[in-house]
Design a protein around this ligand. Structure first.
Ligand code: NDP
Length: 248
């Protein structure tokens, strides 16, 4: 039987839309007190109201995960306010697709700063708290792009491959402290992710590709996260790869 998350604290980055927002709602519905992080405070406020209306508990934090100092302060704030951190969902990310040749290298820096450095800073700041608790669960959102490289996705592939590698090393370093590590690798999910692509050609191609399939919903990924974090303590779900049925 699944464990309830009553009394647990979950920190979710990138919770102002898409997968992070759905995960916050689902984890709160399971009883977790959710600390929700993103840069868009107005979107977090809307989410907080929805969670409260459903009888859940939530703490909004406006922070940029690419800024290590802000990450340290956000984690300290959660610990001070809520006393502990049981679950970390490292979800914040951007997918700025485009060919390597002729790319705007500012897109590369943004992807590495958010998808990789942001995830690593947050993990680094949360780990001492989980070690002190001798318990914790870190869920890292990678992608099918962390398993299969494609033309036009090279640097996004770099970041998501990095998340998979980091997660496995983290698991080996952390299991003796009863810290579980799960990496989730979604295929196409209907979210705002593609809105931020700056290369118009890549954006058009991605839009056309998406029209050829029925993408996953954010709730499908939230359900996978809930599955992983509600297993008995002896169960460490290391990896979940989920594609839409119609994705190649
Ligand atoms: P969205 O664009 O809907 O959500 C991305 C979230 O990340 C937003 O809440 C955004 O909030 C937040 N974010 C972005 N940059 C930062 C930052 N610097 N600091 C804090 N928060 C930030 O996309 P998804 O829900 O689809 O993406 C969530 C994760 O899932 C990403 O890691 C993505 O790579 C991954 N993924 C998505 C897939 C898909 O097809 N949608 C497939 C596979 C993986 P704000 O802008 O307010 O800061």
């Amino acid at each position: 039987m699944a464990n309830s998350l009553q009394g647990k604290v979950a920190l979710i980055t990138g919770a102002s839309s898409g997968i992070g927002e759905a995960s916050a709602l689902s984890l709160a519905a399971e009883g977790a007190h959710v600390a929700v992080v993103a840069r868009r405070g107005d979107r977090l406020q809307e989410l907080i109201h929805r969670i409260h209306d459903l009888g859940g508990q939530a703490l909004p934090i406006v922070a940029d995960v690419a800024d290590e100092q802000q990450v340290k302060e956000m984690v300290k704030h959660v610990k001070n306010k809520l006393g502990r951190i049981d679950i970390l969902v490292n979800n914040a990310g951007v997918m700025l697709l485009g060919q390597i040749d002729g790319a705007n290298t500012e897109d590369w820096r943004r992807m590495v700063a958010i998808n990789v450095m942001g995830l690593m800073y947050t993990t680094h700041a949360v780990l001492p708290i989980m070690k002190e608790q001798n318990r914790g669960h870190i869920v890292n959102i990678s992608s099918v792009a962390g398993r299969v490289a494609r033309a036009g996705s090279g640097v996004y592939n770099v970041t998501k491959w990095g998340v998979v590698a980091f997660s496995e090393a983290l698991r080996q370093e952390s299991y003796k402290n009863n810290i579980r590590v799960t990496v989730i690798e979604p295929g196409a999910v209907a979210t705002e992710l593609t809105d931020h692509i700056t290369d118009e050609n890549a954006k058009k191609q991605q839009g056309e590709w998406l029209q050829g399939l029925t993408p996953l919903e954010s709730e499908d990924i939230a359900a996978a996260i809930v599955y992983a974090v509600t297993q008995p303590e002896r169960v460490n779900v290391n990896e979940i790869l989920i594609r839409p049925t119609g994705q190649d």
